[in-house]
Design a binder for this molecule. Sequence first.
Ligand code: B12
Ligand code: SF4
Length: 459
Amino acid sequence: MNILLVSANRERDPSPVFPIGLACLAGPLAAAGHLLSALDLCFEADPASAVSSALAEHKPDVVVISLRNLDNVTWPGSRSYLDGVCDIVALCRGRAITVIGGSGFSLMPVEILAAVGADYGVAAEGEEVLPRLIHCLESGGDAALLPGVVLPGRAGFIPPLPLATLGTPDRTLFNVSRYFREGGMANLQTKRGCPFGCIYCTYPLLEGRCMRLRPIPDIIAEIHTLVDDYGVNYLYFVDDIFNYPPAFAEELCRAMIAERLQVNWSAFINPDFITANLLQVMLEAGCDAVEYGSDSGSPRMLKNLGKSFTTESIRESSRLCHEMGVDFAHYILFGGPGESRETVLETFTLMDEVEPTAVIAMTGIRIYPDTAIEQSALRDGIIAEGDSLLEPVFYISPAIKGELCDLVTQEALKRCTWIVPGLEVNVNSAMLDAMRMFPVKGPLWKLMKRLGRSRVSPM
Ligand code: B12
Ligand code: SF4
């Protein structure tokens, strides 16, 4: 069949993100003998006319739409992206069969399929099931029997099956160089899955709790392609946790060192599994910044959020970063169950103590179906049974709700390393655009070192 791959993601903050999910589907679809073309809406000034032109030019039988983000998960100042997806589907209606999938879609598949009106939906990984669905469409099979496939008007579907082996993305249909130029990095994945159970987190729902590791030679070959064919010299590992399992991270870094790859990179790491030895090997392999999903500096809140580590691990892992001279950021989530003025101030105090290059803080925690925080939100009357979560709803502890924004703004403004996107403290879209003008590769928070004083709505 003639297939058009459409990346619906137009978000450019904190940086434009290469559509690696669609690149993972391109290989298996081409291997099944389909003719592929692609439309990436990220850089299109007029998405509606770009979709119409692509339909006219390629005359696809099937349009495969990737929905990465539902919204920007930022409170206040939340932005939903669903209207844009409805527009794409409407333009395709009567001209091609539409199939929608992606991480955003997979969080609420039945509800999103109904909202956007596509012909088929696919929850979770698409590498195996999408070619099978297309085959079904060609041969008149029953698509409802395929795992993960969602049909309009049906309340349920067969649960998706996790892939046994993870392949290498085929990026040839997409503009790797432009993402590298404008986003400062290329992305790649070394594994899927997270075995931990943080109460708000969707990653184990999207990727499973069981970790699936890619063969290291495949990852090394992929890095070679990015470096040699696309001139990339900065990578971002999109793994849920780069340093878990630690032995795999170390083996990969040692292979990168042995290959003398000329790249720098960064990733999310867990403070419990970083040792001086592993950090040293990571630095030798090109790592120049690490991000911790620490969430809080309050022992009580770490427990309430279901974190696997303690404030001691946050201290120790931060100390290692200082000792070895690597930039590091802590990501904080304010407002979870049990958050109070006291626990918020504890977090500021711990961050003052560990002195990261940057702290990125969000106020409010988005509630997703099938997470433990959904149950807390039901108990606390923040949502009611049957409420839709398609438009974002945020958990904010009733004990702090009235003063959270003022307190966080006031405290963050006293510190020039804090970024609070929802409250526009030290960051907004205009500032991010301006920061991208610096010849800096990797996460923009590394530039916080150059910021003079803290501001709300900096530009
Ligand atoms: C790494 C990551 C980031 C990095 C990206 C760095 C980079 N350069 O790539 C950073 C930290 C910058 C980031 C930023 C943001 N992120 Co983010 N991110 C992730 C993460 C952890 C992995 C994404 C990834 O690359 N996966 C690997 C690829 C291969 O998987 P995939 O894209 O899901 O594709 C697979 C399937 O979904 C499916 N598929 C994809 N498309 C299609 C289409 C069809 C038709 C089919 C059949 C299947 C299919 O098949 C693919 C292969 O298996 C996910 C969480 C997660 N574990 O998935 C969140 C996630 C995607 N992010 C999310 C969000 C919201 C954001 C931000 C808006 C947050 C913010 N306010 O800054 C920004 C948006 C950035 C942007 N410009 O779009 C949400 C999106 C859902 C939602 N709630 O709306 C997620 C799911 C996390 C969450 N909260 O649940 N992110
Ligand atoms: S926050 Fe990190 S460690 Fe916790 S469940 Fe999510 S991906 Fe796993």
